[in-house]
Write a protein that binds this ligand. Sequence first.
Ligand SMILES: [Zn+2]
Length: 234
Amino acid sequence: MDSSSTHRSMTRRKTRTAGRWLSATAAFIALTAVACGSASAANSTPDEAFAVRDDRPEIVLDISLYLLVDDEAAPSASISSHRDVDDLRRVLDGMNEIWSQAGIKLKARFIGPAVMPDRTLQGIARGDTSAFFTADGGHAALREPSLINGFYARQIGAVNGFAPPGARSFFVTDNPSVHDRRVSSHEVGHILGLHHALEDPDRLMFSGTNGMTLTEDEITVVRHAAAGILNGVR
Ligand SMILES: [Zn+2]
């Protein structure tokens, strides 16, 4: 296959993938989200550099991070995220430190505001994304949706973050009780097929702590899931 037909093929795949993402999100509006740690449960883990094995080829997944606001020019402070684009860039840098353990790179496709109807933001503030996943509730109008999409909201109920099953989307509160990069990375872990770890608070998938480590078994699972997403089979 020559390079131009490869490019066309990749373009078609990207278009199909975006369509699948939108239909998949709509299909899961009624499902209960995975709640991840109460906002009051904090723990501390010292910052650390993760050992990166160089025998694993890097897997690159595109990601978009959105600030959920009611108005782009003059967002209402009571209902819109207080974060800014620089905050989200720092979060993504931190996520990539954590995910380097698995040889996974999250590449920013879009980082910026997403204007949502009031009822959508009010729903998300209660941890309810049913309005968000309706045709006119917000998600359909997103700029540059990616394979993985993160949404940063003023409030999301009594948790730090959650990932609605099957949607390849995650939501994070403005004021989590643990490190920002950890909350977002934990939710990406769910999107890549990981369940909660129950015994070791130093692990990324333990709920409500600053744990950031992945086991070799978890790395195998997430790399398989990530490859499946890229190949359009997950
Ligand atoms: Zn969780």
